[in-house]
Design a protein around this ligand. Structure first.
Ligand code: AMP
Ligand code: MG
Length: 415
């Protein structure tokens, strides 16, 4: 049986980044840059004042005399005349520096005398040469690397790209993910449930996880447990998708038809079991370049399987260079007993420890069964419980994966 880390690696390494495309800046959040972005203009674009005050020549400033004020420069106003000898100019934040001025004195540091024209100022506090000026190109000069290929684009990156005039950027295409749930018992959320039926919650959950992981989800109608119908649905899912996720029917019961259906749809199985709890039956196969993940039907198992395997897969397809989520050290908040055997990914909540601000304490959900839906709500971490452990005392040093955490490691998360 594959270890969790081996399975993660096999899945992630089966794909590369999707092709690049030009993306409008307003739609680029969550995408990953496919090429370096170099500054095609200076940032800032012109020397300007960082504060409201007066621009002057440093050599002409003294605490003794007054400087007459000639003219004004404000953000977006007319370009200021060159600074006259022995004068200051009124200036405001963001306004261009007049030629000849080399220092801005903030208005709090002067006594302003209002005369018939613009008046004069007496400097109370001598600034250093060059104070309160943002010089052209000081943040980023033309030609400098603004953002590297592989960079995830968030709101801050969008602002930088906008300031640089990049209306469109080259990003990797977002993975299109088809979701097919199987099971005779499944009904949609608004349907009346006959005896023995339940809501297809996995369809909603997986679509939400896909969107959260930067993919574009398409949910197909669920398939009943009949082989021909499952095959037809898988064929439909495989056409035009970058990834196919299935849920249910993947273990070895009489009505578990997913493995056979995938094989008959031309999907080549790479492995079918992972040494983990929950989520041992997990099928991974490929048809051409399209990875297919057969997730268990148990909602908790499907949830965990997505976080551990599908999220890094999508991260890789989106072009992130370090696609795996990293583990963080935690301490168990209470005693916990488990059976020896497979390593477990227990759902829990992390809180900063009151005594040690650097440490995180992990409190495990009281119901850890793979069918128990409340254990995936209101939790924020999967806590790794090693296979050989049985009695875990309060304070035990463990590791955890933050649910939905940014990808940040080039190596698989787990051993
Ligand atoms: P299976 O993996 O098909 O054996 O299903 C395992 C358990 O998960 C059963 O109790 C199913 O009723 C339940 N289940 C299967 N598919 C879903 C689904 N899409 N949404 C919610 N529960 C499901
Ligand atoms: Mg089933």
């Amino acid at each position: 049986m594959q270890s969790i880390g081996q399975a993660q690696r096999a899945i992630v390494e089966s794909v590369g980044p999707l092709p690049a495309e030009q993306t409008a800046l307003a739609r680029a959040r969550g995408r990953v840059l496919a090429s370096d972005v170099r500054a095609e203009r200076d940032l800032p674009g012109f020397d300007h004042s960082a504060m409201d005050g007066y621009a002057a020549r440093h050599a002409e400033l003294s605490l003794a005399g007054a400087l007459p004020v000639r003219g004004e420069s404000r953000a977006g106003g007319t370009w200021p005349e060159p600074l006259a000898a022995g004068c200051a100019i009124r200036i405001f934040t963001g306004a261009p520096m007049p030629q000849g001025a080399d220092t801005v004195i903030i208005q709090e540091d002067v006594d302003a005398e209002h005369g018939p024209e613009h008046g004069a100022i007496r400097v109370r506090e001598l600034p250093k040469l060059g104070s309160n000026i943002r010089t052209r190109g000081s943040d980023l000069a033309i030609g400098a690397l603004a953002l590297p290929a592989g960079q995830l684009i968030g709101p801050g990156e969008i602002a930088l790209l906008a300031a640089l005039g990049c209306a469109r950027v080259a990003t990797y295409r977002a993975p299109r993910v088809a979701i097919v749930c199987t099971g005779d018992e499944l009904r949609d959320v608004h349907e009346v449930l006959p005896p023995g039926a339940l809501v297809n919650s996995n369809a909603y959950m997986l679509a939400a996880q896909v969107e959260d992981a930067g993919g574009v989800a398409t949910v197909l109608p669920s398939a009943p447990d009949r082989i021909e119908e499952i095959i037809a649905r898988f064929e439909q899912a495989l056409a035009g998708s970058d990834v196919v996720l299935t849920s249910g029917g993947v273990s070895v019961g009489d009505h578990d038809l997913v493995a056979e259906a995938l094989s008959r749809a031309g999907v080549e199985t790479r492995f079918w079991k992972v040494a983990m709890k929950p989520g041992k039956p997990l099928l991974f196969g490929m048809r051409g370049a399209v990875p297919v993940l057969g997730l268990p039907g148990n909602p908790v198992s499907a949830f965990v399987g997505f976080e551990v395997f599908v999220r890094p897969l999508l991260s890789r397809m989106r072009g992130l260079r370090a696609p795996y989520p990293a583990l963080i050290p935690v301490r168990l908040a209470h005693d916990h007993r488990k059976s020896k055997g497979r390593p477990e990914l227990a759902r829990g909540v992390l809180t900063p420890s009151p005594s040690d601000s650097g440490a995180l304490t992990a409190e495990l959900h009281t119901r850890q069964g793979s069918g128990s839906l409340p254990s995936i709500a209101r939790v924020d971490a999967l806590v790794f419980l090693p296979g050989d452990a049985s009695e875990l005392p309060s304070g035990a040093a463990l590791t955890a994966l933050r649910i939905g955490a940014r990808a940040e490691s080039t190596e698989p998360t787990f051993p």
